[in-house]
Design a protein. Structure first.
Lengths: 370, 164, 514
């Protein structure tokens, strides 16, 4: 714009007009940036949580709520829509209007697994959402009740040689459908599932009552049960992340073996499973990449770029905010964040790894839906 | 009273009477059948519990209808007067509720309920203009004050506000 | 009792009554009362709203305020149920069965007095039961599994069907209708859509709030509009109202055995995770009716039909804290939100909380206790103005009742469709009332349906895998027996009565002929 005026002699430059034009152009850029987030002000924004109140997703959402309200200058209304392992909540986000007024948090690995069934109603996180960022990663632990008679992973493996291990899991959209078949194949373990335990509390009770042998919980949810000696951790499904796991959680997992890696249990089971070292490593890498996709903040797909950029930037700022991190630490919630671009990459990697285990995962879901 | 055979349906007006006495039961039976028909397209895992409930309910409905048939047959000679006048008396009430729905949908909860309250008090309850205005205004203030200001809860704004 | 527990209890009590902490409880209670006066809004919504505002608070004020929210919210729903036949929350649906008829008979003061007294005393029972159970909390929370939950749901359904007045068959059919309606939406296991008939609104299923407000509140509104009844009580002046607050309060002590049993029912059911807050009142009402004998006027203004559910509804708050604090497993939605709040503040419910933070636990408990008494006492003080509402012309009251119902529906999800749904259920409720069909089994069935379906699947699966043996569980067998009694006892009793009547008539006819 400036160069457009520079060809004219100084005395003839319509300085005022050019200046006005430049100012107007700059103002319009600024106003576009302003109006993209300012377009959200007025009406409240709905934040969908695909689980019941009090759970992990709910805790992260309520932690983010005041910070996001301040960053976006809107009122955020949290709505819990739990059913079918988070699928219903995810559908609610997918089917909402793409105007920035509906956001939510999803379990990316769980939805990827739920998508594997034919005619699956579950949304595909790769296509059905606008990814705004990642909040946290799941660090999944296999646990048993303290009265189960199973003291460690070796005793579990000994039992598995005599009968199938019974796992209590949630429902359709649960990432347990990934954890269980992959873990079972790496350990050479036969298993059966019982679905319908909604929430970590229900699964914990099932383990405590001896209805099931093992359950899988994210460390955020498992922490209080391990600390109070209700549940015994048997196995860490992935290596503990370098960041995003609270100090307390780390200390509770001291001495709990990891599935894969140099000292991993899967390596020791090679003779039983017949897998090669490369297979075991591939499985470990797969699990790590799958769970790295984590808990994503999303909006319906085809969200206008300006709105999407505005919300994603606000989310990124919030997750770097020391006050937010301090509040998360106080609540023992691990934050392992990624911006929108990073989250999309992790999601693609997770989906690619998951494709390799399609037969096992489909078999697990099919067995559960009998 | 003329003595008639005990065979169901032998009496004039028998089925009309039966329908009048069992309208709700028959309606519930129809609803259950519609649900049952819809359950045919569900997968096995999703369908068996609903079908169990629906078939049980349908059995109970058939049982009740059968019992009513026996009772009515045994009490042959008693004719029920259809209650059409009573049913029609519901129309004004439904009309006002329908009007309330339209007002709230168009104008939002605050303005819509205020106008409904005013109209109802003035033209249905025959209250004075001032009383109608005061009570309607009080309602509006209560809604805005308590929900809008005190609890800062978003109030439904109505479709017309979305257009402006 | 352990000295540690006693010391923590005393320390908690002193904190609650100290300045300025006392004001947190008062403020929380008043907010909860105002909030929950609107049908459909409850303490869990209020707590959810408060969580982001209280993130930076210290633990003691947090516990005081949240305890006050839980304690302050229950009673107001009873007031609207008694005066206007509007259940403030789903748990108040059973309050109106005998509460509203009392108002219609001009005994609103008695009804409110009874509700206030049984609420305050019931919550006291629940709280002291909770305190006594602290060392045994974990074991108490483990007693029930999927088979027990399943039978509890079935027993609950048959109890209300059997006691719904008139035909038990009609009660069971309506319960079946309620179960059908509760199945609308996504299958909780497979996420397959069921019975939505192409309507997007039904994807999430039918929500309790519009259904309850429609079936009870709007049905009553339509009935009042059609019947053109002058006032709710049939009286035009306060002086014409019969009964008194004191009579209502006394009734709790006159039926003290029933009060104790109902409070125990509420506490125990509140302590069962996942059963839901509505069930306690229904079960207590069913028990009261079963034990009332022939002198009962249940459904027509029997004070016992009000006393029992009110005691149970408030006792359950203490019970619901048992699994929440002992295991970190919420007893219901309200305690689930409370659990979320505690987690965000770095407090871990469970053994850790009961050892390292026992004083805070008692702050929560005492705040709950105090707020229950504050609401009941305020309720008693406001009896006259509230009872006066039953003498006001219905034409002036109806717009406000409709407004409260509409606000309750809209504030739930902000969907106009919820209001339409409420109106449709209002029409259904009116027709049911007019043709003598019971409505309560519909309500309880919708509440119990998720419990029924989930635990049916779990029970069958665990039985198939031989992890449980259904028929050898004592509590299951007891509940089966109670269910069979519910189903067959009314028929057997009426047949026996008919036989006795026939014999008496036969013998008196024989005497006459002689």
């Amino acid at each position: 714009m400036v160069s457009a005026c520079q060809h004219l002699p100084a005395t003839q430059r319509p300085l005022n007009s050019c200046a006005v034009f430049i100012v107007f152009f700059l103002f319009s850029i600024a106003s576009v940036a302003a109006t993209s987030c300012s377009s959200l002000s007025g009406e409240p924004v709905l934040w969908v949580v695909p689980s019941k109140p009090g759970g992990g997703y709910d805790a992260y959402s309520r932690l983010l709520q005041p910070f996001m309200e301040k960053a976006l200058n809107v009122h955020i209304r949290i709505e819990n829509r739990s059913a079918a392992g988070g699928v219903v909540g995810a559908m609610a986000i997918r089917d909402a209007q793409a105007d920035g007024r509906t956001l939510g948090i999803i379990n990316a690995p769980g939805l990827l697994a739920a998508n594997m069934l034919p005619n699956a109603p579950a949304p595909d996180p790769r296509q059905d959402f606008t990814i705004l960022g990642k909040v946290a990663e799941q660090h999944v632990v296999m646990l048993t009740g303290k009265h189960s008679g199973i003291s460690d992973i070796n005793s579990l493996l000994a039992i598995s040689r005599t009968r199938p291990i019974l796992a209590g899991i949630r429902d359709a959209g649960s990432s347990n459908f990934i954890t269980l078949p992959i873990t079972a194949s790496l350990l050479g373990m036969d298993y059966a599932v019982v679905t319908g335990y909604v929430g970590s509390g229900a699964r914990t009770l099932a383990a405590l009552r001896g209805e099931v042998d093992v359950i899988f919980l994210n460390m955020d949810s498992a922490r209080r049960y391990i600390a109070s000696n209700e549940l015994v951790p048997l196995l860490q499904i992935t290596d503990p992340p370098n960041i995003g796991l609270s100090d307390e959680s780390r200390s509770l997992l001291t001495g709990v073996p990891v599935l894969s890696g140099e000292q991993g249990v899967a390596r020791r089971q090679i003779d039983t499973t017949g897998l090669t070292m490369e297979d075991v490593e591939a499985g470990a890498v797969a699990l790590a990449r799958i769970f790295a996709a984590g808990r994503l903040v999303v909006a319906p797909r085809n969200l206008p770029d300006t709105v999407s950029h505005c919300i994603a930037t606000a989310l990124e700022d919030v997750m770097a905010n020391p006050e937010f991190l301090q509040a998360a630490s106080k609540a023992n919630l691990g934050i392992n964040s990624e911006n929108a671009e990073g989250a999309r990459k992790l999601l693609s990697l997770a989906a690619a790894e998951l494709d390799k285990f399609q037969p096992e995962i489909r078999a697990a879901i099919g067995e559960a839906r009998r | 009273m003329m003595k008639v055979s005990n065979r169901p349906g032998a009496m004039p007006g028998f089925w009309r009477n039966y329908w009048s006495r069992n309208r709700i039961t028959i309606f519930l039976g129809v609803v259950t059948c519609i649900f049952l028909a819809d359950s045919l397209q569900l997968g096995r895992a999703s369908a068996w519990v609903p079908r169990l409930i629906l078939l049980t309910t349908l059995s109970l409905i058939v049982l009740l209808l059968g019992r009513e048939l026996r009772v009515q047959s045994a009490g042959a000679g008693v004719t029920a007067i259809p209650d059409t006048k009573g049913i029609l008396s519901i129309v004004p009430a439904l009309g006002w509720i329908g009007a309330m729905l339209m007002l709230v949908w168009l104008l939002g909860v605050s303005m819509g309920l205020m106008l409904f309250c005013f109209g109802y008090l003035r033209w249905y309850a025959n209250e004075s203009w001032s009383m109608s205005g005061v009570l309607a205004g009080g309602l509006g203030l209560f809604i805005q004050g308590v929900f809008g200001l005190l609890f800062k809860m978003p109030l439904y704004q109505g479709v017309l506000s979305a257009l402006t | 009792m352990d000295a540690t527990v006693v010391n923590a209890a005393l320390e908690g009590l002193s904190l609650v009554f100290s300045w300025p902490y006392f004001m947190y409880t008062i403020a929380g209670t008043l907010l909860a009362m105002l909030f929950s006066a609107v049908p459909g809004l409850n303490s869990s919504t209020l707590m959810a709203l408060a969580i982001p505002l209280t993130l930076t608070w210290d633990p003691v004020p947090l516990m005081l305020v949240f305890g006050a929210f839980v304690g302050g919210a229950t009673f107001m729903g009873s007031i609207t149920a008694i005066l206007f036949n509007i259940p403030g929350k789903s748990q108040n649906a059973v309050t109106l069965l005998d509460g509203y008829p009392l108002t219609q008979q001009g005994m609103a003061k008695t009804a409110i007095g009874c509700a206030a007294a049984s609420s305050a005393l019931g919550s006291t029972f629940g709280i002291f039961f909770l305190i006594g159970l602290i060392p045994f909390m974990r074991e108490a929370a483990m007693l029930l599994g999927p088979p027990e939950y399943l039978m509890l749901a079935i027993w609950g359904l048959t109890t209300l069907a059997a006691l719904s007045g008139g035909s038990m068959l009609k009660g069971l059919i309506v319960a079946g209708l309620g179960l059908q309606l509760a199945l609308i939406g996504y299958d909780p296991r497979t996420a397959e859509l069921r019975f939505t008939f192409g309507l997007d609104y039904l994807h999430d299923g039918l929500s309790l709030v519009p259904v309850f407000l429609g079936v009870f509140a709007l049905a009553e509104v339509i009935d009042l509009m059609v019947s053109r009844k002058q006032t709710l009580s049939g009286k035009h002046h306060m002086e014409e109202l019969t009964g008194s607050v004191w009579e209502g309060v006394q009734s709790v002590f006159r039926h003290f055995g029933l009060f104790l049993r109902s409070s125990l029912i509420g506490t125990v059911i509140g302590a069962i995770p996942g059963v839901g807050s509505s069930v306690a009142g229904f079960v207590a009402y069913g028990h009261a009716r079963q034990t009332a004998g022939r002198t009962s006027r249940f459904g027509r203004g029997d004070i016992r039909g009000l006393l029992a559910p009110e005691a149970a509804n408030d006792a359950k708050d203490g019970g619901a804290l048992i699994p929440t604090l002992a295991l970190g497993i919420p007893g219901g939605t309200g305690t689930a939100v409370l659990l979320g709040a505690l987690t965000l503040h770095g407090m871990s419910p469970g053994r850790e909380m009961l050892t390292d933070n026992l004083v805070l636990v008692f702050v929560l408990i005492w705040s709950l206790f105090l707020s229950n008494w504050i609401t009941s006492l305020l309720g008693l003080l406001l009896v006259n103005p509230m009872a006066r509402l039953s003498t006001i012309r219905t034409t002036r009251l109806l717009p406000f009742i409709i407004a409260l119902s509409v606000i309750g529906c809209l504030q739930f999800r902000g969907l106009m469709a919820d209001v339409v749904c409420a109106v449709l259920f209002g029409l259904l409720g009116y027709l049911m009332k007019r043709h003598d069909w019971p409505r309560i089994p519909l309500a309880i069935a919708i509440v119990l349906a998720p419990l029924f379906e989930t635990n049916l699947h779990l029970t069958l699966r665990l039985h198939e895998l031989e992890r449980i043996v259904f028929w050898t569980r004592p509590l299951v067998l007891i509940l089966i027996a109670m269910t069979l009694v519910n189903l067959f006892l009314p028929a057997i009793s009426s047949r026996l009565n008919a036989n006795r009547q026939g014999q008496r008539e036969g013998s008196s006819a024989g005497d006459e002929s002689e």
